[in-house]
Design a protein around this ligand. Structure first.
Ligand SMILES: [Fe+2]
Length: 370
């Protein structure tokens, strides 16, 4: 299986992984042979890359970081939870609403414990790109992804379980305030006006106020909503906090947040690949983000996930076949073209092997025709 750009796919390619909607229903099943009309339909859903099965990529497995069933359950719990809290009005006599949001928070805490256990058991480099999804409302999917990335980052920080659980809940709730902002503005392609940008920025305080109303939510969790757009150099919002003035949870969540934002497809732009997302984070090393978090994050992400096409510094082309846990940036690969770009009988090498130390990946992309 490999990852390719949809606009390079001719009719007849075989879908390697199912495509889901945000509720977890299968829109297009694995094994489907794509027709031109299906390809057009997927483009309308703003899907840019898909996994396909073909001869060159035979035997390459793309492992999901979180089992499908758990991911779908977590997505539904988060969606319901965010909606329950957003429905709370500021009238504190809304007893029913308080009960409902309290229950929703407990469900979120429970499902987060399942995510945490799953990450602890699987010990694989995170690859959330392994699932292709079509969504109506980006906030819900983003909240799940950020909670998974933040969870792994909290584990890498060596934090105790109760703190990891608080970070997980904070990550699930961090963008809650965005549900209060008109969707046309959140999804607006192109440049925002000053007024629109000012409105979007209010989501931190709106989220903070909503989260504070729910007694079941520990106080430090609300800092995730309030401070996840603060930046180490003080250039963030809403308060322009600097360095360690920013709550630890927010310093972790901001890294997870930006990585998911740039590696997710939005209606107005194509997603970056993981190695490009990591570059964005390093671009903000110790200015936007705490350097330690960026470094730790790099170590837990599948920078070159299996199925990606890569070019080596000697001109050869390959498909990534496996992660290399000892060296995340140096995966195992299947060479498919030689230095002169000629098709060859494929063979595999491990970039983590010391004898290949002079080889480097210089380009990576989701390509069908290379
Ligand atoms: Fe945000």
């Amino acid at each position: 299986m490999r990852l390719v750009k949809l606009d390079q796919c001719p009719a007849g390619v075989k879908l390697g992984k199912s495509i889901y909607n945000e509720n977890g229903a299968v829109l297009l099943a694995q094994g489907t042979y794509l027709t031109n009309s299906l390809i057009e339909r997927l483009k309308q859903f703003h899907i840019f890359t898909i996994h396909i099965e073909d001869e060159l990529s035979e035997g390459i497995e793309i492992v999901e970081s979180i089992p499908e069933e758990l991911r779908i359950e977590a997505q539904n719990v988060i969606t319901e939870g965010l909606n329950a809290i957003i429905e709370l009005n500021t009238n504190s006599s809304n007893f029913q609403g308080m009960m409902k949001s309290g229950r929703a928070v407990r469900s979120m805490q429970k499902v987060f414990r399942d995510l945490l256990n799953s990450l602890n058991e699987n010990q694989t480099a995170l690859n959330l790109l392994a699932t292709t999804k079509v969504y109506e409302n980006y906030v819900y999917t983003h909240s799940l992804n950020v909670s998974i990335y933040a969870c792994q980052l909290a584990i890498e920080n060596g934090l105790p379980i109760p703190k990891i659980e608080e970070i997980g809940l904070a990550a699930m709730l961090h963008d809650l305030g965005k549900l209060h902002i008109p969707r046309e503005i959140i999804n607006k392609p192109g440049k925002l006006t000053d007024e629109e940008y000012a409105l979007i920025k209010t989501h931190c305080e709106i989220g903070f106020d909503l989260v504070k109303q729910v007694h079941e939510i520990p106080i430090p969790v609300s800092h995730g909503a309030l401070q996840h757009h603060e930046r180490i150099d003080g250039a963030g919002y809403p308060r322009g906090l600097k360095g360690e003035e920013i709550h630890k949870y927010a310093r972790i969540i901001s890294v997870a947040d930006v990585f998911d934002a740039v590696t997710s497809t939005r209606s107005y732009r194509q997603a970056l690949l993981p190695h490009q997302g990591i570059e964005v984070l390093f671009g903000g090393y110790e200015t936007q983000f705490e350097g330690k978090q960026v470094q730790l994050f790099k170590e837990c992400i599948a920078i070159y996930p299996p199925g990606l096409t890569v070019k080596l510094n000697d001109g050869r082309t390959a498909i990534v076949t496996k992660y290399n846990f000892n060296a995340v940036g140096r995966p195992e690969i299947r060479i498919i073209k030689d230095e002169e770009n000629q098709d060859i009988q494929p063979y595999e090498i491990n970039l983590g092997d010391p004898k290949h130390l002079i080889l480097e990946i210089v380009e990576a992309d989701a390509l069908l025709n290379v």
